[in-house]
Design a protein around this ligand. Structure first.
Ligand code: SAH
Length: 227
């Protein structure tokens, strides 16, 4: 029998890889952020860090005329993006790569736009901002989403859950200060609407969990993970 932890990982990834995206966000929000990048050159060089299965990467391909390198450290997600890119005839525009964003291996000033949805925190926000600053060309843009505390006293379960995944999670002013401390000038920021969490992320997750509950109906350990 497998260890509970490896069982947890297997079920976690089976669920996660099946989702259209691995964090909150949607096309409208991506379009709103892209609209803030007013001087993006045609054919912009774009890097999507921590792209997951590439839901937002494909939106970026629709919303810009740029060429996109989409990087994630989880090879099965990159395989899935490869398949989607081939199916949609986007191979000229999107290059999915397995890589570690802490050391992505690009020379300085390689990109006009760095995009990252719900992923930069994995290498620490300060490391990520320093890295993005180096990789961007003069006049380039960084657009990212990051989870922040929005209430002084969140419910205990929420606090515990997020602290497990992101112990250094801050508040909006902390992130804005970090952005400025790394030499960026802030063009704009907004809060993702509830829909971007519920409709685009948690609802597919709930559907996925239900499917796996049927698949693993006889496996109590799997059911415990899903619960
Ligand atoms: N941007 C996607 C995925 C967000 S989940 C979306 O919004 O749907 C965060 C992603 O970061 C995961 O796919 C995870 O594999 C990736 N990740 C975590 N650490 C990483 C690292 N060091 N380098 C590259 N990707 C990383």
């Amino acid at each position: 029998m497998s260890e509970p932890s490896s069982h947890f990982r297997a079920i976690f990834f089976e669920l996660y890889e099946s989702l259209p995206r691995q964090g909150p966000g949607n096309r409208d929000c991506a379009a709103k952020a892209i609209a803030l990048c007013r001087d993006l050159p045609p054919g912009a060089a774009i890097l999507d860090l921590g792209c997951g299965v590439g839901g937002q990467t494909q939106h970026l391909a629709e919303l810009t005329a740029g060429n996109i390198v989409a990087m994630d450290s989880h090879a099965p997600s990159i395989d899935r993006l490869h398949a989607a890119v081939a199916e949609r005839g986007l191979a000229e525009r999107i290059r999915p790569v397995v890589g570690n964003m802490a050391d992505p291996g690009f020379p300085p000033a390689s990109f006009d736009l760095i995009w990252s949805e719900g992923a930069l925190y994995n290498i620490g926000m300060n490391n990520a901002l320093a890295l993005c600053r180096r990789l961007l060309r003069v006049g380039g843009y960084l657009a990212f989403t990051d989870a922040v505390w929005r209430k002084d006293a969140p419910p205990a379960e929420i606090k515990e859950g997020f602290e497990m995944d992101y112990p250094t999670m801050g508040r909006i002013p902390d992130i804005l200060a970090a952005i400025r401390n790394h030499g960026f000038s802030l063009i704009g920021h907004f809060t993702l609407p509830d829909k971007a969490w519920w409709t685009d992320f948690y609802t597919p997750m709930e559907t996925g969990i239900e499917k796996l509950r049927s698949k693993y109906a006889d496996d109590n350990e799997a059911l415990a993970v899903l619960a």
